[in-house]
Design a protein around this ligand. Structure first.
Ligand code: FES
Ligand SMILES: [Fe+2]
Length: 349
């Protein structure tokens, strides 16, 4: 496939609705780090696609996740993060245990037909890789290990022990671009020498020495730096995992579509404990710089796609082979006919 996906797939609300249903409602998503659930009763909320979830450590210490939608009339049960002994809805105070069972509903004794059985929170899934928490809104989805595949081993073999990392900070950002534009930008370093001069000073971006690898559930780049190897992975469809050369470090986070032309994301940064703050500051400065350069690129692409001037673009191989792999993965799951033309995305509906 040397043609890109149709540009309409990057601007159309129907396509995003289908992506939410077919990609995000069943995929493992990075949710946060284990320090957010340090105590029994610790919880936090997040959304995957447009599905609200709550992740909690129960009294026995087990991690649990639920769809954070009240079985009464649909409010989000809890918000934010904190400590709790029950999950109590803020609307009419229906109260769920940390196992998700409905424990109490005020005035329910007056309703003779009311049965708490069967009105528990819908379970979702939560699992960990080292300090990283992943959730899946689909309780029936295959385990996280199937999605991660060889990635934990690859990360380790390339020199990083994720269990030795500590959470440092979260950085939120938003982009005026479709989430796939941001993913595709991440999947190639063809643009690095042109658009990232400072990054290209510390990482060897020459195509003969910059390695691209496509796996069933993720894609990887490996590149040498002055003081070690960098690894950059994208877990299908939308989770970035970055390891820069040098001291132990990793950043991880999703690209979350909020509208066809708008994406929100965050990166959680992890470092070895007691690392030199100056090294961290330089690292974050370079990361911020690269992020600002990428923002200009993806927002420019979104404007170009939206203009209607062309129906699709042309991938350049092999430099963009990981984009090809991503586009095939997306197209297979959306089950659209990836042909050109304005009606293509409705053909199968
Ligand atoms: S919607 Fe939750 S208690 Fe009414
Ligand atoms: Fe970039």
């Amino acid at each position: 496939m040397t043609e890109t996906l149709p540009y309409r797939w990057y601007t159309d609300g129907d396509v995003l609705a289908r992506e939410r249903e077919r990609l995000f409602a069943h995929s493992w998503q990075y949710a946060g780090h284990i320090g957010q659930l340090s105590e029994p009763g610790s919880y936090f909320t997040l959304r995957v696609g447009d599905i609200p979830l709550v992740v909690v450590r129960d009294k026995a210490g087990t991690l649990r996740a639920f769809v954070n939608v009240c079985r009464h009339r649909g409010a989000e049960v809890v918000s934010g993060e904190g400590r709790c002994t029950t999950l109590q809805c803020h609307y009419h105070a229906w109260t769920y245990g940390l196992d998700g069972a409905l424990r109490a509903a005020p005035r329910s004794e007056a309703d003779p037909d009311f049965d708490r059985e069967g009105l528990g929170l819908r379970p979702a899934q939560v699992e960990t890789w080292g300090p990283f928490l992943f959730v899946n809104p689909d309780a029936g989805a295959a385990p996280l290990a199937d999605t991660l595949g060889d990635l934990p081993q690859i990360v380790r073999e390339h020199g990083l022990d994720v269990d030795a990392l500590e959470f440092h900070q979260r950085v939120d950002y938003s982009l005026e671009a479709n989430w796939k534009v941001a993913v595709e930008n991440y999947l190639e370093c063809y643009h690095c020498p042109v658009a990232h001069p400072s990054f290209s000073e510390v990482i060897d971006v020459h195509p003969d020495r910059y390695v691209l690898e496509s796996h069933a559930t993720f894609a990887s780049h490996f590149a040498r730096g002055r003081d070690g190897e960098g690894q950059f992975h994208l877990i299908w469809p939308n989770i970035k995992v970055n390891v820069m050369p040098g001291r132990p470090n990793l950043s991880i986070g999703p690209l979350v579509p909020t509208e066809p032309g708008r994406t929100e994301g965050w990166l959680d940064y992890f470092f070895a404990p007691d690392m030199d703050p100056d090294w961290i500051a330089d690292y974050l400065e370079l990361d911020y710089q690269v992020g600002a350069e990428d923002r200009e690129l993806v927002e420019s692409v979104q404007r170009g796609m939206r203009s209607g001037a062309f129906e699709h673009g042309r991938l350049l191989l092999p430099s963009e082979e990981l984009i090809g792999a991503f586009q095939r993965w997306v197209a297979a799951r959306l089950d659209y006919t990836p042909s050109r033309g304005n009606s293509s995305s409705h053909e199968r509906e």
